[in-house]
Design a protein around this ligand. Sequence first.
Ligand code: FMN
Length: 416
Amino acid sequence: MKDTQISLPGTRHPDPPAPWAPFGKRTRRVRNIADLRAGALRRLPRAIADFIDGGAEDEVTLDRNRAAWAGPRFAPRILTDVTEVDLSTRVLGTDWAQPFMIGPTGAAGFLWPGGDVALARAAHDAGVPFALSTSGNISIEDLRASTEGPLWFQCYIFKQRAFSDQLIARAAAAGYETLVITVDFPVGGNRERDARNDFTMPFRYTPRIFWDFATHPQWSLSILRHGTPELANLRGFTASSDASEVASSVGRNYDAGFDWDDLARIRERWPGTLVVKGVVRPDDARRLVALGADAIVVSNHGGRQLDGGVATLDALPGVVAAVAGAVPVLVDGGIRRGSDIVKALALGASGTLLGRTTLYGLALAGPEGVSRALDILRTEVRRTMQFCGVTRISDIGPDCLAPGTYPTAHIKGDPE
Ligand SMILES: Cc1cc2nc3c(=O)[nH]c(=O)nc-3n(C[C@H](O)[C@H](O)[C@H](O)COP(=O)(O)O)c2cc1C
């Protein structure tokens, strides 16, 4: 296949507009992430709501991810002075003000104009990194120019390897410190809700989509006013400049042949921190450490790829044991409460990524909604730590949990 030339994107800096309603109104009654989700799903057309909220096939993994966090139970330690709680931690040599960051999610611009910038700035304000997705709606360079916060770049691998190589080179040139390679995406997941809703990117205006958008005027007007977001980093992916041609050729061109040797070549070329996302097996985790990965994200793409896979919470202890402290292990999937985050840390994670949680906030109330989501989690993490009698992130361990209530999963490939 002929290598694709990329054309460098122009300089569009879509500043996320302020929420339409007076500041605070949209999130005033919001108490938790479930409230943000409910509001977001109301505001969005069905097709967009299902795109962010849904998963692959029967959504068993999606549901399992969420349900698994209810399993471990805390064994709170009493009579400890928990007046002062420090949520800060160090991950990959950088300070995080709290033990969670915003992970890579494509299509944020479809939830709120300038969605990627809103997420990145909220992460910066909260003192944590933001990961830009390959399918983000702002170019690598423009996002770098829009925030001073720490940025990671997540790269998908296309059959046109030169295109992925150039994305990685652009991220390095723009000063992104961390490259995330997502490895649970050899092919696109079978998301049946999208097909049922006639949802494609860019939109095909079938009668169903037209009706869906027409009955959600607030969202539709905002898209009309600010323009349909584009996949800004995929300009030049094909010779065609037609947006639907670009989107459909991206879908056809994920490289199912990407393997360990290819990842090793990326490791050799990428000068910064390399994070591999989408790992659930201990043997894979061990091999990634040997290959030179700097961190591992236990993830199944929020149940959007393989359905029927293991919940990330259940996979976490096996991966942590296999890695044996050599590199940090992060986790995502179904995290909707601060207590989920404390449980992840108790099971050996160094931190968590957020996917839908911050997207719900973005979809409901733009920048304000993202900050609200982060604020809710921060408050919940702090309160959970106080109940558990710990005041520093490094003090959170399995000791915070009741024996027998958390997984010590031994799936194939475990060290023992
Ligand atoms: C709408 C949406 C788009 C996503 N896009 C990407 C992506 O472009 N790259 C990636 O590595 N992961 C992507 N993910 C997966 C997230 O990074 C994360 O692994 C997942 O959302 C975690 O599960 P949770 O949403 O239940 O917390 C996406 C997830 C959602 C919901």
